[in-house]
Design a binder for this molecule. Structure first.
Ligand code: NI
Length: 374
């Protein structure tokens, strides 16, 4: 094969960057990647997926998976790049285009070495990481069956090209999204005694939930409770009938996660009952914390040095990453790829240095080979 993989994946990266698609709408992206696999003789496994796809390389009993997410964000791009998004208001601002290009590159490299591989590689292009939770679709389709480990990557604009962030244990938090509705009894602002003031009651609740992190969670552990959206009333002289709140809870450990949710529910119900009104609570996003397997960490580190990378400890964050859903099932490791220091992920000026792609692809391919040989 005379394919120049470096040039090939850079070209695919430019295409993906110019054609960003939102979660669960990654139809063109899926088609493009499907064509890439077909053109390069990589088998596509017949899983029932609306968007996203899974390729397979090699043979044998041991199976390892590599995963890229492929969705973009509803952000108007402000980055100055010659391959700017062609879709107004949609942008690959989290670098998932680079993840797809890197994992594609790793797949092409592994395909070239297929005869020497000591097992099978499942190449996962996952939809809707930002939804979040597209990983659930992949798991429900059965893609992890017989897979003994999984590797994932993420673009990291905190590092120069040539640096990898590698840390064992939890690096991304468990994510809960809550939606809460206090239902009281509307009345004239001048006659509060004739109603139940949901604005006052919601205020008590918003203050009280801050005690979860400061007074209930072990101070050595990290957690955040944020009420980010309040909606109640629409004028000055009416006490509104209801108050809607939404926001998020972030935790690292299982114990803190259970405790935070339990106390949050108890405070909502307790405050509602104290003031004699109704409350309903819905958890609309629930993701565990990531957990990077310590054995795989060793492999990730030695492979990084073998491939000439500088290794740094990846910073822990209370951001979420649905790679955690795979790690709940099988050992997994998530590596941060230095893509050139620039604006943070999800910023309209975020950008990737394309020269980061090929070395990262080579790294992932070597990591997979080392895993299969271990
Ligand atoms: Ni991301």
């Amino acid at each position: 094969m005379n394919l120049d993989i470096k040039e090939y994946i850079e070209k695919e990266f430019y295409y993906l960057h110019q054609h960003p698609e939102l979660s669960y709408r990654e139809f063109k992206t899926t088609e493009r990647l499907r064509q890439d696999l077909v053109d390069n003789g990589i088998e596509i496994l017949p899983y029932n997926l609306e968007t996203g796809l899974v390729g397979s390389i090699g043979s044998g009993d041991k199976t390892v998976a590599i995963r890229a997410d492929i969705d973009a964000l509803p952000i108007l791009e402000e980055a100055v790049v010659p391959y700017k998004s062609l879709y107004d208001g949609v942008m690959h601002a989290c670098g998932h285009d680079s993840h797809a290009a890197i994992i594609l590159g790793a797949a092409l490299l592994l395909k070239q070495q297929e005869a020497l591989l000591k097992g099978k590689v499942r190449v996962i292009f996952q939809p809707a990481e930002e939804a979040p939770g597209g990983a659930r679709k992949i798991i429900e389709a059965g893609v992890l069956d017989k897979v003994s480990a999984i590797f994932g990557i993420h673009s990291a604009p905190i590092y120069d090209v040539g640096t990898l962030g590698i840390t064992g244990g939890p690096t991304h938090a468990a994510v809960e999204k809550f939606e809460l509705l206090f239902e009281g009894n509307g009345t004239h602002a001048a006659h509060p005694n004739l109603g139940k003031d949901t604005v006052l009651i919601a205020s008590h609740f918003i203050t009280a939930v801050q005690s979860i992190v400061s007074r209930e969670i072990d101070p050595i552990d990290s957690a955040v409770v944020s009420v980010t959206h309040i909606q109640a009333g629409n004028t000055w002289n009416v006490i509104p009938q209801s108050a809607f709140l939404e926001g998020t809870i972030r935790t690292y450990t299982r114990e803190s996660r259970i405790l935070a949710k339990q106390r949050f529910e108890e405070l909502a119900k307790g405050i509602a009952s104290t003031f004699g009104i109704k409350v309903s609570l819905k958890w609309t996003v629930e993701l565990p914390a990531t957990f990077n397997d310590y054995k795989l960490e060793q492999l990730a580190r030695t492979t990084a040095l073998e491939e000439g990378f500088i290794v740094e400890d990846a910073p822990r964050s209370l951001g979420g990453e649905d790679f955690s859903l795979y790690q709940e099932k099988i050992p997994g490791f998530f590596v941060l790829i230095g893509t050139g220091k620039t604006f943070p992920n999800h910023n309209p000026k975020f950008r990737i240095s394309p020269e980061a792609l090929y070395p990262a692809a080579k790294y992932v391919a070597t990591l997979v080979r080392n895993y299969l040989e271990s």
